[in-house]
Write a protein that binds this ligand. Structure first.
Ligand SMILES: [Zn+2]
Ligand SMILES: [Zn+2]
Ligand SMILES: [Zn+2]
Length: 135
């Protein structure tokens, strides 16, 4: 857990380009931007709220993390671009429990648990890998 310093906001993310009031931007909870609908402090969203829905995925199109592809669909006005294979060693998965970012390579090798804190990830996410990663 990183200490939160409200003065240390070096992000250049704007909250103004998303419509209506459903969007919850949490720049304070994590070191990265998580954007979605009713995002909780462990990155669950209105669509996926089980105990193990604690990972968020980065999309190449807007470079932000989303709890799920439906959050991306509902909070942006463009098609989602899955994380490209040639960047699989860059951070693109966020563990909502410990806040660690993982590369797709590490995430895909981790077998449904965070390699950093051991939190279980939803194995059902595997069914949607092609929405998040270029595989
Ligand atoms: Zn996008
Ligand atoms: Zn969602
Ligand atoms: Zn973790």
């Amino acid at each position: 857990m990183n200490p939160t310093d409200p003065e240390a906001d070096d992000s250049d993310v704007e909250a103004g380009d998303v419509p209506d009031g459903r969007v919850d931007l949490r720049t304070g909870e994590f070191d990265v931007l998580v954007r979605g609908v009713d995002v909780d402090p462990e990155t669950r969203c209105v669509h996926y709220r089980s105990d193990v829905d604690v990972a968020a995925f980065r999309f190449a199109c807007c470079d932000a993390y989303f709890p799920c592809f439906r959050c991306h669909e509902e909070t942006t006005d463009h098609d989602a671009v899955p994380w490209p294979r040639d960047r699989f060693d860059d951070p693109a998965v966020l563990c909502g429990v410990c806040g660690e970012t993982l590369s797709p390579t590490a995430y895909l090798a981790a077998a449904d648990a965070c390699p950093s804190c051991g939190a279980a990830f939803n194995p059902g996410c595997r069914a949607h890998y092609d929405r998040y990663f270029e595989i």
